[in-house]
Design a protein around this ligand. Structure first.
Ligand code: AMP
Length: 190
């Protein structure tokens, strides 16, 4: 198996790249943001619980997020590998992912982070908010808060994977094809 964590602030292009990479490398794409939005739309118990956090741009509590992610991993096993998008976002999530991978007798091979300047992110997300219908993309304050949360709460993950020599930063500015090429070069070298 090959298991990749795709990382980067909101608006960095994780979803776009994940869509391409999952096909190119035959990976199961698991986006915790998409899972929460699905539950929100269908007004499940989980969706109702997550809504108040998501609307403000805050993280949903670890316990809830980890339980949801583990269930999804189980659902797709066995498979060729996973492309995790938006998870892990905290050290507790990273630890639990490590345990889960060990349990499946596999491991995380790399965290690939798309690096994009803050002002470019805000512009991209406001633009996306015009058509996506996402409440958390419509308001500049919420967008800036999500970027702040990303740096405050998730910066620790960079050192987490750096310590294991698994962190790879990629310039996330350029055409979609250019960025796919940069990321693919890393995956091919693993
Ligand atoms: P995203 O689409 O990845 O930007 O996620 C949208 C929202 O879903 C986030 O702002 C959080 O409220 C929630 N969320 C997604 N992934 C996680 C996670 N790994 N841990 C906690 N909350 C998450």
């Amino acid at each position: 198996m090959i298991n990749i964590v795709l990382f980067g602030p909101p608006g960095a292009g994780k979803g776009t790249q994940a869509d391409i990479l999952k096909d190119n490398y035959n990976l199961v794409h698991l986006s915790t943001g998409d899972m929460f939005r699905y539950n929100l739309k269908n007004e499940t118990e989980l969706g109702i619980l997550a809504k108040s956090f998501m609307d403000k741009g805050h993280l949903v509590p670890d316990e809830v997020t980890i339980k949801m992610l583990n269930a999804e991993v189980d659902r797709f096993m066995p498979c060729h590998g996973f492309l995790f998008d938006g998870f892990p976002r905290t050290e507790a999530q990273a630890d639990s992912l490590e345990d889960l991978m060990n349990e499946k007798q596999t491991q995380i091979n790399a965290m690939i982070a798309l690096e994009v300047d803050d002002e470019v992110l805000v512009d991209r997300l406001l633009e996306r908010g015009k058509t996506s219908g996402r409440k958390d993309d419509a308001n500049e304050e919420v967008i800036r808060n999500r970027i702040k949360v990303y740096y405050n709460e998730t910066a620790i993950l960079k050192s987490y994977y750096e310590k294991q020599n698994k962190y790879f930063g990629v310039d996330g500015v350029g055409s979609i094809e250019e960025i796919t090429q940069r990321v693919s070069k890393i995956i091919d070298g693993l």
